[in-house]
Design a protein around this ligand. Structure first.
Ligand code: G3I
Length: 324
């Protein structure tokens, strides 16, 4: 029976955070988008605004306008704010391509970047994806500008630098394709185990859970979550969306999608995961519609609200699962 309470009210009544990735332009332009965000979600993640590329238009300058707008919206609506992502191989500044840096210069740049960004949002960002996607799909450490210059230690340093500036923030390692027990999540597990052995201040792991085409098995997600928890880590679902292979959506696609969202919420409740963020508010905002060839490969309606901002069966499924 659909609840007359908003998803946020249902979630908050049991200490659970349901969140959404936020696009700065939609937030600025669209009142109905802002209303949905404030009323239905108790957590938010800036989708792009806190990434290094958007923040660093030139080597010596920062552009915090979009990030400030999103973070301030979160504060104004008493919403948990997750910062994403301090160190990543994608969306590095365009000028990086022509920068002839030494390893030391890159290290100094990264430290200054982490200190400055975490410092600016010391009182307003609750959690950070400090390092994103450092493990390659074959389980090795991903070859990135950071890894090439500093080896695996760039991960350690990034967490230490963030912790130096804000020891109260929750610091996460975030990745995709490591949601269930598999070769990649084994490698992520081993990395986190090494970091903890080295005394690196990691508080948790973010499982992105982009269920695209092949949807990770909920029982295996639960097993994966538990093993990270046994390391003493918190676990969050940080970027969930659910899509079928393009052209293969069954007649009952929306019901199947709703069922999967429900199954994942059940896994969260079973295992004590208290935060699930969807990677966007409405289907129309989804990265799947514009990113590379993903719109040819997957269906473009992966979220809880449709193009016209109306709740979908998936929305009701998440609300009901949290009401039980
Ligand atoms: O802002 C520029 C705009 O000025 C320019 O006109 C336009 C055309 O080139 O590009 C705009 O930047 C785009 C940006 O999204 C903002 O819309 C970038 O090209 C585009 O690559 C970027 O895509 C983002 C993608 O990360 C980049 O890798 C997606 O929105 C975002 O949803 C996606 O999010 C990632 C997470 O951070 C990490 N996990 C996977 C997830 C999905 O790929």
């Amino acid at each position: 029976m659909p609840s007359d309470r908003t998803l946020r009210e249902v979630a908050e009544s049991r200490g659970f955070d349901v969140g959404a990735a936020v696009d700065a332009d939609s937030l600025r332009r669209d009142a109905s988008y802002r209303t949905r965000l404030a009323e239905e979600f108790s957590a938010l993640t800036p989708e792009n605004a806190l990434k290094m590329g958007p923040l660093r238009p030139t080597p010596d300058t920062y552009d915090f306008r979009d990030a400030d707008a999103i973070v301030n919206f979160g504060r104004a609506n008493d919403t948990t704010v997750r910062g994403h992502a301090l160190v990543w191989h994608n969306q590095t500044p365009d000028w990086f391509q022509s920068w002839d840096y030494t390893d030391d210069q890159l290290r100094t740049f990264l430290r200054e970047h982490v200190h400055t960004v975490v410092g600016r949002y010391r009182r307003t960002v609750d959690a950070w994806d400090v390092v994103n996607e450092a493990v390659a799909d074959d389980g090795t450490m991903r070859e990135t500008v950071w890894y090439d210059a500093m080896g695996e230690a760039y991960v350690d340093r990034a967490f230490e630098w963030a912790n130096e500036v804000n020891p109260d923030a929750d610091l996460y390692y975030n990745d995709y394709g490591a949601d269930a027990v598999n070769g990649k999540s084994d490698a992520v597990y081993d990395l986190l185990d090494r970091l903890l052995d080295r005394g690196v201040p990691v508080d948790g792991v973010g499982l992105q859970l982009h269920a695209l085409g092949e949807w990770p098995d909920p029982a295996s997600i639960a097993e994966n979550v538990r093993r990270f928890q046994e390391l003493g880590l918190d676990v969050q679902i940080t970027e969930m969306d659910v899509a079928f292979p393009a052209g293969e959506a069954p007649d009952d696609a929306l019901e199947r999608q709703a069922e999967y969202y429900r199954d994942v919420v059940d896994v969260c409740l079973e295992t004590g995961v208290d935060t699930l963020v969807t990677w966007g508010v409405r289907d129309a905002d989804s990265w799947l519609r514009s990113f590379r060839d993903f719109s040819e490969r997957f269906t473009g309606d992966p979220l809880l609200f449709d193009d016209r901002n109306r709740p979908k069966p998936a929305y009701r499924a998440v609300s009901e699962a949290l009401s039980e």
